[in-house]
Design a protein around this ligand. Structure first.
Ligand code: NAD
Ligand code: MG
Length: 401
C-alpha cells in the first residue's frame, strides 16, 4: 500500500502537534507533504527538521526567507512559501491525498475549501469553516467527490456510531437515527457561581479541566459557544435540523457523543479525552491504527454523569441554535462576532460575560442574507467583525464612565 501523503494546515497548533505525533508513529503509512504555521516559526522549523516535508508555509515573506536559509543550513530540503495563496496551494496540490484542516477560525476557510474542491480526504478540525459556509463547503465536497471526515471529537464519535458505509453530509434519518446527543464537558465554569462571571480572567477561561487546546477554542468551551458551533457543525455533517441535536453536560468527557436510533438503541463512542484518537481514526479510516492514547480504564473513571446545560449560564449556546435556525449568513455573523469578542476578552478589553452580549447585539443588528457565494459569506464576516468591534467599544466606554 502506498503511503498517504498529508498536508497539515496549522501544524504548530494543538491539533497540528497531535497529528504529527500520530503520523510519526506510522512512518510507512503516512508521509508529510506540507506543514503550515502562522507566526510560530520556531516550532515550524523544529517540525520541518523532524518530518522533512516537501513544503512549509508561513504568513510573512520575510519570515519565509529566514526560515528557508535556516533549513538549508541544516541540510533540510523543505521549500518555504508565504501567504494565503500558498496555503491553498498546499491544500490542493496533486501530490496530496489528505489535508488536516487545523487552522483556527475564519482564516482556515479558504484552504479548507481548496482541499474540498480538489477532492482530497478532508480531515476537518476547523469547525469555523463549516459554521461560516456549510452550504458552500458541503457543495464543494459533493461536486469533487472529496471524503469529509470529522476530527472534532464529538462529530468523530457520532460518525463512528453511524452505520458502515455512511458518508458525511448524507442524511442520517434514513438510517433510523432519531436524535444526536452531543456531549459537553461544561468547561471550567460549569459550577462557578453566576455572580462571579464578570471577574473571569483569560487564564481561568483557558484552563480547561479535561482537554488541552488552543486559547480560542478554550474560551469557546468556557462560554459553551464551542458546543454551539458544534451543533451547527453537526447539522451540516449529518444533514439534520438543530432540533434533532441535544446537548448534554457530561463533566467526565469519556462519552464523546451518542446516536439514538428508532429501535431504542443508543450508541456511544468512549475513550480518554485525547484528540489523537479521532485524528488516528480519520487518518486511517476505514482501518484502525495505534494513536498513542492510553487505554480507557473503565473501572477507574468513576461514575459518568449526564445533565442539562443551564441556559442562563451558557447564553452563547442558545445564540448558536438561533443562528442556525435563521440560516443563511447568520452563522457566519455569529462566528465572526464570536472571534472578535473572544480576541477582545483574551487581550483584556472585554468582560467574559459580555462575549455573548456582543454576539447577540451583532446578530440582532445585521440582516440575514442567503449564504450562496463566498463573496456574500466573506462580506457578512467583515460586516459582523466591524459591528462587533463597535459594540465592544460601546461596552468599554460604559465600563469607564
Ligand atoms: P491552536 O490555536 O492551537 O492552533 C491554530 C493553528 O492555526 C496554528 O498552527 C496557527 O499557526 C494557525 N493559524 C492561526 N491563525 C492563522 C492564520 N490567520 N493563518 C494561517 N494559520 C493560522 O488551535 P487548535 O486548538 O489546534 O484548534 C485548531 C482548530 O481545530 C480550531 O478550529 C478548533 O476549533 C478545532 N478543534 C480543536 C480541538 C483541540 O482539542 N485543540 C478540538 C476540536 C476542534
Ligand atoms: Mg469538540
Amino acid at each position: 500500500m502506498s503511503p498517504t501523503r498529508i498536508t497539515i494546515l496549522g501544524s504548530t497548533g494543538s491539533i497540528g502537534v497531535s497529528t504529527l505525533d500520530v503520523v510519526s508513529r506510522q512512518p510507512d503509512r503516512f508521509h508529510v507533504y506540507a506543514l503550515t504555521a502562522h507566526r510560530n516559526v520556531e516550532r515550524l522549523k523544529a517540525q520541518c527538521l523532524e518530518a522533512r516535508p516537501r513544503v512549509a508555509v508561513v504568513a510573512e515573506k520575510a519570515a519565509a526567507h529566514a526560515l528557508q536559509r535556516e533549513l538549508e543550513a541544516a541540510g533540510c530540503p523543505t521549500e518555504v512559501r508565504a501567504g494565503p495563496q500558498a496555503l491553498a496551494e498546499v491544500a490542493e496540490a496533486p501530490e496530496v491525498d489528505a489535508v488536516m484542516a487545523a487552522i483556527v477560525g475564519a482564516a482556515g476557510l479558504l484552504p479548507t475549501l481548496a482541499a474540498a474542491e480538489a477532492g482530497k480526504r478532508v480531515l476537518l478540525a476547523n469547525k469555523e469553516a463549516l459554521v461560516m459556509s456549510g452550504a458552500l463547503l458541503i457543495d464543494a465536497v459533493r461536486r469533487s467527490g472529496a471524503c469529509l471526515l470529522p476530527i472534532d471529537s464529538e462529530h468523530n464519535a457520532i460518525f463512528q456510531c453511524l452505520p458502515t458505509g455512511y458518508v458525511c453530509a448524507d442524511e442520517v434519518a434514513p438510517h433510523g437515527v432519531e436524535r444526536i446527543w452531543l456531549t459537553a464537558s461544561g468547561g471550567p465554569f460549569r459550577d462557578r457561581p453566576l455572580d462571579t462571571f464578570g471577574d473571569i480572567s483569560p487564564e481561568e477561561a483557558c484552563a480547561h479541566p479535561n482537554w488541552d487546546m488552543g486559547r480560542k477554542i478554550s474560551v469557546d468551551s468556557a462560554t459553551m459557544m464551542n458546543k454551539g458551533l458544534e451543533v451547527i457543525e453537526a447539522c451540516w455533517l449529518f444533514a439534520v435540523k438543530p432540533s434533532a441535536i441535544q446537548v448534554v453536560l457530561h463533566p467526565q468527557s469519556i462519552v464523546h457523543s451518542m446516536v439514538a436510533y428508532n429501535d431504542g438503541s443508543v450508541l456511544a463512542q468512549m475513550g480518554n479525552p485525547d484528540m489523537r484518537t479521532p485524528i488516528a481514526h480519520a487518518l486511517a479510516w476505514p482501518d484502525r491504527v495505534a494513536s498513542g492514547v492510553a487505554p480507557l480504564d473503565l473501572l477507574g473513571v468513576g461514575p459518568l454523569e449526564f445533565r442539562e446545560p443551564e441556559a442562563q449560564r451558557f447564553p452563547a449556546l442558545g445564540l448558536a441554535y438561533r443562528a442556525m435556525e435563521q440560516g443563511g449568513t447568520a452563522t457566519a455573523v455569529l462566528n465572526a462576532a464570536n472571534e472578535v469578542a473572544v480576541e477582545a476578552f483574551l487581550s483584556g478589553g472585554l468582560a467574559f460575560s459580555d462575549i455573548a452580549v456582543v454576539i447577540e447585539r451583532t446578530l440582532d443588528a445585521l440582516p440575514t442574507q442567503a449564504a450562496d457565494s463566498l463573496e456574500r459569506v466573506l462580506a457578512a464576516d467583515a460586516e459582523a467583525r466591524a459591528h462587533a468591534g463597535s459594540e465592544i467599544g460601546r461596552l468599554q466606554r460604559r465600563a469607564v464612565s
